[in-house]
Design a protein around this ligand. Structure first.
Ligand SMILES: [Zn+2]
Length: 195
């Protein structure tokens, strides 16, 4: 899979090494081309939480449609493109290019991210079909959570840089997206904590 372009920004938070980070609450305004099944959403949210909770970022999900975003709060707007379910999966893998991207304007990272659900289905379809039917939505949601965490890293660490390991890498393999555990490497986790 090709690189996910991303960006972000943060506020300095004092603290000592080893001290649990004080949680920052972020409003996540979301919109979908097609509403995903509950099993995909549950898995997506729980994967994002398990990646970001230890770093001190907590997300409140709100539908963009019936929200008026508060200008003062930390927030990001996430648009899910294409189909986000695990039915009628493509049987052969195609490389979809970027699976997620964050908007940049004049070098400034903006809190707007797009995720390509359809591209993720094309990339993972062959391996998802090899899973029991009841596990496919969960696996797709977990992979989506990892791509979303990557984009949120760009936004909240306010960086276009990538890592050599972990969720901050510019490209992921199918195995990484479907593995049991995939997290940020130390350096990117620290950048998020100290944002
Ligand atoms: Zn990226």
């Amino acid at each position: 899979m090709r690189g996910l372009l991303l960006l972000l920004a943060l506020a300095i938070q004092p603290g000592f090494a080893g001290e649990p980070p004080q949680a920052a609450h972020v409003a996540l305004y979301v919109q979908f081309d097609q509403t995903p099944p509950a099993a995909v959403m549950d898995s997506l949210r729980s994967e994002l939480d398990s990646i970001m909770d230890p770093i001190g970022l907590r997300f409140e999900w709100r539908p963009l449609a019936d929200s008026s975003p508060e200008a003062t709060a930390e927030l990001a707007v996430v648009t899910f493109k294409g189909r986000c379910d695990a039915t009628s999966l493509p049987p052969h893998r195609t490389n979809p290019g970027a699976l997620g991207w964050t908007h940049i304007s004049d070098g400034i990272i903006l809190p707007f991210t797009d995720l390509d659900c359809g591209g993720l289905r094309a990339f993972l379809g062959e391996q998802l079909l090899a899973l029991p039917r009841g596990d496919r939505d969960g696996a797709l949601g977990r992979a989506l959570g990892r791509v979303l965490a990557h984009e949120l890293y760009h936004i909240f660490a306010n960086t276009t840089r990538h890592a050599s390991d972990g969720v901050g890498k510019p490209t992921y393999s199918v195995e990484e997206l479907l593995s049991a555990g995939f997290r940020f490497a130390k350096r990117e986790a620290l950048a998020l904590r100290l944002r």
